[in-house]
Write a protein that binds this ligand. Structure first.
Ligand code: DX5
Ligand code: ZN
Length: 216
């Protein structure tokens, strides 16, 4: 599967969100990863649909929205209206997962399903035929700049085996602690969508950082 690099806006300078989005695009980003945190599902608050709507109106980049919120089902229409292209929800949130995924696709968006490092792949198995992407978190969600958890790699390898067995074609995303060195085990395990916050936005040369992850 094609390797996709998705810089996470969480590591950008929030006083210049428009310019930071432009900088990511000019540096070769394939997608822009947007981390929505509600201060309840995770211990941090980031931004919501108004910011995503503003980014959508000022650029054409594919918007990969990662909902780290307790009630994704309740807020879904607002993120759809804001222009999300992919909406990823967690199995650990309080919602009917099958129903939420169905609504995402009905709205014409791609559907992603995320599992935390401590969550077994078993929890995602009932939904694999309903998703375009499986997100295997490689840090405990909530903050950028944490260390990549190598112990998640067997879960990715297992997801690849099951995808093959069932004849499915969802992409596999990793998120947390990705840079040019951790991209190696992640892609070897079978991930093809790489989210990278600090290692791209905080790099002295963002284009070089993205290229290094792409060719790692
Ligand atoms: C973590 C977020 C990540 C975060 C990654 O809760 O879901 O997307 O921005 O940041 P880095 O790449 O710095 O680990
Ligand atoms: Zn994320």
């Amino acid at each position: 599967m094609k390797r996709i690099i998705a810089p996470s806006l969480l590591a950008a300078d929030f006083s210049r969100i428009g310019e930071e989005t432009q900088r990511a695009i000019e540096s070769g980003a394939d997608w822009l990863h947007l981390d929505v945190m509600d201060g309840h599902f995770v211990d941090n608050i980031s931004f919501g649909p108004a910011i995503i709507d503003a980014i959508n109106r000022s650029s054409d980049i594919y918007l990969d929205v990662h909902l780290m919120i307790s009630r994704p089902d309740h807020y879904l229409p607002r993120f759809i209206d804001a222009g999300a292209n992919m909406i990823t929800v967690h199995t650990e949130s309080e919602h009917n997962v099958a129903n939420t995924l169905e609504r995402i696709r009905e709205a014409g968006c791609d559907a992603g399903l995320a599992i935390n490092p401590a969550t077994s792949l078993d929890d995602a198995l009932p939904y694999l035929d309903q998703i375009d992407m499986l997100l295997c978190m490689t840090v405990v969600p909530g903050f950028g700049g944490q260390s990549f958890m190598h112990e998640v790699m067997p879960k990715i390898e297992e997801a690849v085996r099951i995808r093959e067995q069932r004849g499915l074609n969802f992409q596999i995303q990793v998120d947390g602690g990705i840079d040019a060195s951790t991209a190696v085990p992640a892609t070897q395990a079978g991930a093809n969508v790489l989210v990278a916050g600090s290692s791209t936005f905080c790099a002295p040369d963002m284009a070089a950082a993205i290229e290094a992850i792409r060719t790692a």
